[in-house]
Write a protein that binds this ligand. Sequence first.
Ligand SMILES: Cc1ncc(COP(=O)(O)O)c(C=O)c1O
Length: 369
Amino acid sequence: MTEMTPPYIPYLDLKPLNDRFAQEDLLSFKEIHASGRFIGGEYVDRFEKEFSVYCGTSHCIGTGNGLDALTIILKAEVALGNLPQNASILVPAHTYIATFLSVIHAGMRPVPVDVEELTLTANVLRKVTLEYDAIIVVDIYGKLVDDEVYAFAKDNSLPIYCDTAQSHGATNKLGERSGNLARASAFSFYPTKNLGGIGDAGAITTNDFELANMCRKVANYGRESRFVNNIIGVNSRLDPLQAAFLSNRLPMLDADNTRRIEIATYYYQHINNVKVKLLPSDFLNNCVSHVFPVYVANRKVFMDYLDHIGIGTSVHYEIPPHQQAAFKELNHLSFPVTEELHRTEVSLPCHPLLSKEDVEFIVKAVNAY
Ligand SMILES: Cc1ncc(COP(=O)(O)O)c(C=O)c1O
């Protein structure tokens, strides 16, 4: 008798995740089609309201994507006179390239600094001797940046912005949500995110009325009124279809995050292979496990092994931004922690539709490596 092979477990399969909302999405599509209003309008207003309530902020401004959301925040701060045109912005070396690109697109200079383990911490910030005007922190893999980092920025009167592209719904120990911790935060709703659309979408959250208005203006051609444009803006609007799709998904976000956290916790409790390193377990504090990273010396062998057994994996990320050919002027820099993390990281499946059996199977396979 042949043993039953379990079906392949992909790293992430967006189809079943989105099938859960197919009926509602079709209805939204029909409604928008029938309304004849295809830019802005009630679906965008509704999602912006819902998401600001969810995050606990006074304002939410929809954008075309997460990169634009970050860039628009920086441009709006310049327009308000809160940052110099050519500001130097401290960024963690360990992030997705979009964080760096937003600074460059805003006409500013990224000042990357190495991380401690994974995130930019107050310790790292205390040691930085370079000059900078503001900080962008990143809730990488869904883990909120430490409260101490915000305290450091406050104590030093430094504006701090958060790249919340990976941390929708994460809460700190006071129960405050991602998006409500920095002066302004930038979300991506790229389909793979914990809250993802079925196309590109993004949003800015802030509690600052003036900044919110300026972000809205920058995002809409720098438009003061219909025929008057008094600053250089961009066109980056949240599409009504994506807004409606996101409204359909938002009520599920907390339950999805809970399941991600359960899976991540199970991994921490049961993975016990010395060849597969995990981050310290406090990684799971204030974290919605957007990505579950493990660190393996020869990752290609490990990934091929899992693939052969029937488990898909991913890498976040291979080449850190400062080593990308696009940033020649940064290529001479060296950030050993970031580089080591990039060399060895493998992301295990960690999404809400993994079954108990899937997760047990993954752990067994990882431990048998
Ligand atoms: C950390 C981080 N920042 C920014 C972005 C940019 O988001 P988007 O792809 O929506 O522009 C992403 C998304 O991939 C991200 O992971």
